[in-house]
Design a protein around this ligand. Structure first.
Ligand SMILES: Cc1cc2nc3c(=O)[nH]c(=O)nc-3n(C[C@H](O)[C@H](O)[C@H](O)COP(=O)(O)O)c2cc1C
Length: 201
C-alpha cells in the first residue's frame, strides 16, 4: 500500500466503497468469529475505505448512514490508528483527516491490558462517543442510545471484515487512558477498539 504518511495534504480522499458484491449477509454471519492473530501486511486503502464506510458511511441524500442512530443525531466519531499515522474519519466526504504521523498501535495495546491482538494488528478502528450531541434531546437515556449505536457500527465492521476476507475482534477491555494516548478531544469518549488485519492462521 502506498504509505499514507507520504501524502502532503492533511485530507485523504478514500476510494469509493462498493455497495454490492462480496458475500451474503447470511454467509458473513455464519463465518464471523473473533480473529486475534494477524500478519504484518498492512490493509490497503480500499479495504480501509470499505470498513469505515460499513461503520458510518453516508448512504442517504439526507445524511443517513449504514448504521442506525437514535434521532439521526450521529454521536459517534471514528478514528483509525495505522502503522504510519493516526486519522479521523469524515463521513460527509468519505475522507480521512490526517491527525498525526505517530504509530499509536503499541501504545493502544499497552492501555488495553497488553492485548496481543492489538499489538499484531496493522489497523485499529476506535469508536468514540460524543454524548452531548444526543443528551440535549434524550437526557440521560442518550448514553444508553450511544452505546447501542456503537454496537451497530461495530457489528457492521465485523461483518464487512468477514466479507472482505480479513480478520477483526471487538475489544472492550481497555483503560480510560486511550483518550490520552490518542490526544482525543475531552468530550470524545472511546467506547470500542477494533483491531483488524490479514488473518494469520
Ligand atoms: C463488548 C465486548 C467486549 C469484548 N472485548 C474483548 C477484548 O477486550 N479482547 C478480546 O480478545 N475479545 C473481546 N471481545 C470478543 C469476545 O471475547 C468474543 O466475541 C467471544 O469470545 C465470542 O467469540 P466469537 O467472537 O469468536 O464468536 C469482546 C466482545 C464484546 C461483545
Amino acid at each position: 500500500m502506498k504509505s499514507l504518511r507520504n501524502k502532503t495534504d492533511k485530507v485523504i480522499q478514500l476510494p469509493e466503497p462498493a455497495s454490492d458484491g462480496g458475500m451474503s449477509v447470511e454467509a458473513a454471519l455464519a463465518k464471523r468469529e473473533s480473529v486475534r492473530h494477524f500478519t504484518s501486511v498492512p490493509l490497503t486503502l480500499s479495504l480501509l475505505s470499505q470498513i469505515l464506510w460499513a461503520a458510518q458511511g453516508i448512504t442517504r441524500n439526507w445524511g443517513g448512514r449504514t448504521a442506525p442512530s437514535a434521532g439521526a443525531l450521529y454521536p459517534l466519531e471514528l478514528y483509525l490508528a495505522l502503522l504510519d499515522g493516526f486519522f479521523h474519519y469524515i463521513p460527509r466526504n468519505h475522507q480521512l483527516m490526517h491527525i498525526s504521523e505517530s504509530n499509536f498501535i503499541e501504545d493502544l495495546a499497552a492501555v488495553a491490558l497488553g492485548q496481543q491482538c492489538i499489538r499484531e494488528s496493522s489497523a485499529v478502528v476506535v469508536i468514540a462517543a460524543v454524548y452531548k450531541r444526543i443528551e440535549q434531546k434524550y437526557g440521560r437515556r442518550g448514553e444508553r442510545y450511544v452505546k447501542v449505536e456503537a454496537g451497530h457500527a461495530a457489528q457492521n465492521i465485523l461483518l464487512q471484515a468477514v466479507s472482505q476476507g480479513i480478520g477483526a475482534v471487538p475489544v472492550g477491555a481497555f483503560y480510560e487512558d486511550v483518550r490520552m494516548v490518542l490526544s482525543l478531544p475531552s468530550d470524545h469518549e472511546p467506547l470500542y477498539l477494533i483491531p483488524l488485519g490479514h488473518t494469520r492462521k
